[in-house]
Design a protein around this ligand. Structure first.
Ligand SMILES: [Zn+2]
Length: 333
């Protein structure tokens, strides 16, 4: 019975009726990348960060029949000027600044006339170093070795690497250790040693793949001229709460100023690297003092008028996210 009702709601024109009952809600989605590669092929995409281009187009077409996409300006006016939003508002965001945002997401967004905001870690734009996460993934995915024995932050690890599944487990295990409270400098050093162990000494850049590569400023400017907004995501993708206050201040302000001077418009939106763990009261105060008006975390929940605009909730979307499940999640939240 439950699945019959679900079918009626999801697959027929009845969809707008339940949405009207949820008046005042605001759904924000969080994407990272849009790819044309399968998982475990050219890119491992272990965490499913990149959604396939066909699935992305299909998902957006499905959602745009049910929701009204809104711009960053509309979102700001909703929280700061008392303005209303269109019925069933939907806000699309992308984190980090992968080159595939330009090559694969942008054409789809443009063709559907759907606005979005992309949060950039400005230190990686135009340089080909890539995040440590990508270097770690690349080394594990492409290594010839069958296991990784290493010591990581005082823990001895012995991880088999004989299949994609084992490699994914190894990757996630290492990630868990590294995201647990270390500063960026300690993480970078640990990843350098692991890459070295896996046969990729001095791996400092990964070229030739738009899923690993980051955007160029020309690509950012072109998107900015065609309905895409940009927000800050620090300079070096650091967890602000793990850094000292002066470093955190510099990371937020320098990324804001770089975006403003490159794009010639005020940057008022900030996305916390590592989601909620990158947020605390001190960071909120620091961001406000720097002129930010909107802050984005993850959390999977929806928003309304009472949500703190410096801590907006987003629903993560990745490889394997089904459009019906996503819509059902929004209806039931
Ligand atoms: Zn990020």
């Amino acid at each position: 019975m439950k699945s019959f009702i679900r079918h009626i709601i999801l697959d027929t024109q009845a969809v707008r009726i339940p949405l009207r009952f949820k008046k005042g809600i605001l759904s924000i989605l969080c994407f990272h990348g849009v790819t044309t590669h399968g998982r475990f092929c050219k890119t491992a995409n272990f965490e499913g960060r990149h959604v396939h281009k066909d699935a992305f187009k299909d998902l957006l077409e499905y959602l745009l029949k049910r929701f009204n996409p809104i711009t960053l300006e509309q979102l700001t006016d909703y929280y700061y000027a008392g303005k209303t939003l269109p019925e069933n508002p939907l806000f699309i965001t992308f984190d980090d600044g992968f080159a595939n945002n330009y090559h694969h997401a942008f054409p789809v967004l443009k063709s559907l006339n759907c606005p979005a905001v992309i949060f950039l870690s400005t230190g990686y734009i135009e340089n080909r170093t890539g995040f440590w996460v990508e270097r770690l993934e690349y080394s594990i995915h492409n290594t010839k070795f069958e296991r990784l024995r290493t010591s990581l932050l005082d823990h001895d690890l012995d991880l088999p690497l004989n299949s994609n599944e084992e490699k994914e487990t190894a990757y996630r295990t290492i990630l868990r250790f590294l995201k647990g409270g270390s500063r960026l400098s300690a993480i970078e050093e640990a990843v350098r040693l692991i890459c070295d162990r896996l046969g990729f000494p001095a791996l400092s850049r990964i070229d030739g793949n738009e899923d690993y590569r980051f955007l160029t400023w020309d690509e950012v400017k072109e998107m900015s001229a065609h309905g895409i907004s940009f927000g800050a995501h620090t300079v070096h993708h650091v967890n602000l709460t793990f850094e000292d206050l002066e470093k955190a201040r510099w990371e937020t302000q320098a990324s804001k100023h770089e975006l403003e001077s490159r794009l010639g418009r005020e940057c008022i939106a900030f996305c916390y690297p590592y989601g909620r763990s990158g947020y605390n009261d001190k960071m909120e105060a620091l961001l406000k003092e720097s002129g930010f008006k909107l802050g984005f975390q993850l959390g999977g929940k929806l928003n309304d008028r009472d949500t703190n605009p410096m801590l907006l909730n987003r629903i993560p979307v990745g490889w394997g996210s089904r459009k019906e499940d996503l819509f059902w999640h929004i209806l039931r939240s």
